[in-house]
Design a protein around this ligand. Structure first.
Ligand SMILES: *Cc1c(COP(=O)(O)O)cnc(C)c1O
Length: 393
């Protein structure tokens, strides 16, 4: 059996060959602990971590001293939210976010809210974007942080980072963005766009799993965080634990690769993604596309098929690796909170496919996937002629 065509790059990406090669010596040869400052094994590991820190910083035009290594985006997001609240103990703290954030932002905030922190989860417009006037109206004297993702992992919607950042800076509020989905494809210069805290993950950008980063802007007062892992004092005391040297080397290399190839990757994937959309539309009629088309990740297409059962749809597509509208909550089978926030009803949210193209995706992959999807939809779609809407049962 040949492997299915992989169009699920929002879930994870393969490690790029050059990233894997860069990591390899750090498992077996250069295995020292970067905290061992008494011998060459430690020095070599420390030097490799320093190089990677500079590579991550360069991707964002940040300073190397502003980059902390973590175990991934989930940890970075938890560290920002819980770390900031911890540092502000005793002061009234309000945090503003959106309903379409990743669960690694929403769940920590739900916990903090149960603990008495004031949290505002703003709705988004029908196209997935955060209306700035809503954001502005939600801000108060005690607002300490705005956390809004750069690019959504389900619908690819890009949020207006620059405008949010400017508003935050005017009001003296910190701005955190989860940049995980954007890092491989979009550029961001933190000297120009006012972002104070930024989350990255290795495995969403052709690096390894289990490593990520948090940028903590040093120029901003109030950006103090309290560690969530205490121990050996690594990472400026903000994240204890022996550094994952091979993973960190891989993340650094992945950042270098992203910096060099993001522009051409974005162009190529936009063309392929648009071709996928047009092929599906030509065969299936008007597509119900979720999220704005204009402010969108180049590699994302998210489509709902009214009247089709989501579960049956995935089962009908064994040769195409994609996610459905309940992907992120696969265990619970709950429909996606992102699609519900756009106003889709649970049935339509489940009848949704998320396509995530990636660096290895070819035109043949896209044509093959489109043909399989068209076949499956024609088979599963309600058979009333000329009808696109669910048939009541
Ligand atoms: C995947 C993802 C995460 C979680 O990243 P991990 O490194 O797997 O913890 C967080 N935010 C977004 C937007 C993601 O896509």
């Amino acid at each position: 059996m040949t492997s299915p065509v992989y169009l699920d790059h929002h879930a994870t990406t393969p490690v790029a060959p050059s990233v894997f090669e860069a990591m390899r010596p750090y498992f077996t040869e250069v295995f020292g602990n970067p905290g061992s400052l008494g011998h060459a094994y430690g020095w070599q590991a420390q030097e490799a971590v320093g190089t990677a820190r500079a590579q991550v910083a360069r991707l964002l035009n940040a300073a190397p001293s502003e980059i902390l290594f973590t175990s991934g985006a989930t940890e970075s997001n938890n560290l920002v939210l819980k770390g900031l609240v911890g540092a502000r103990r005793g002061r009234s703290t309000h945090i503003v976010t959106t309903a379409t954030e990743h669960k690694s932002v929403l769940d920590p905030l739900a916990r903090l809210s149960r603990d008495g922190i004031r949290v505002t989860v703003l709705p988004v417009a029908g196209d997935g974007r955060l209306p700035l006037d809503l954001l502005e109206r939600s801000l108060g004297e005690d607002t300490a942080l705005i956390s809004v993702m750069a690019a959504n992992n389900e619908i690819g919607t890009l949020q207006p980072l620059e405008a949010i950042g400017r508003l935050a800076r005017e009001r003296g509020i910190l701005f955190h963005t989860d940049f995980t989905q954007a890092a491989a494809l979009l550029s961001l210069d933190v000297q120009k766009v006012p972002v104070d805290l930024l989350t990255l993950s290795g495995h969403k950008m052709y690096g390894p799993k289990g490593v990520g980063a948090l940028m903590v802007g040093s120029g901003r007062s109030g950006a103090e965080l309290i560690a969530q892992l205490d121990g050996g004092g690594q990472e400026q005391g903000l994240r204890a634990g022996t550094l994952n040297v091979p993973g960190i080397v891989g993340l650094g290399e992945a950042c270098d690769l992203a910096r060099k190839s993001r522009e051409s990757d974005a162009q190529r994937l936009t063309t392929l993604r648009d071709h996928l959309k047009e092929t599906l539309a030509a065969a299936l009629g008007d597509l119900r596309i979720n999220g704005t088309w204009t402010h969108r990740l180049p590699n994302n297409l998210n489509v709902s098929f009214p009247g089709v059962d989501g579960e049956a749809l995935l089962h009908a597509l064994p040769e195409v690796a994609v996610s459905s509208g309940s992907a992120c909550n696969a265990a619970s089978g709950e429909p996606s909170h992102v699609l519900l926030a756009l106003g889709l009803d649970p049935g339509l949210a489940r009848a949704t496919l998320r396509f995530g193209l990636g660096r290895p995706t070819t035109a043949d992959d896209v044509d093959f996937a489109a043909a399989r999807v068209i076949e499956a939809i024609r088979r599963l779609r309600p058979v009333s002629p000329g009808m696109d809407t669910p048939v009541a049962t």
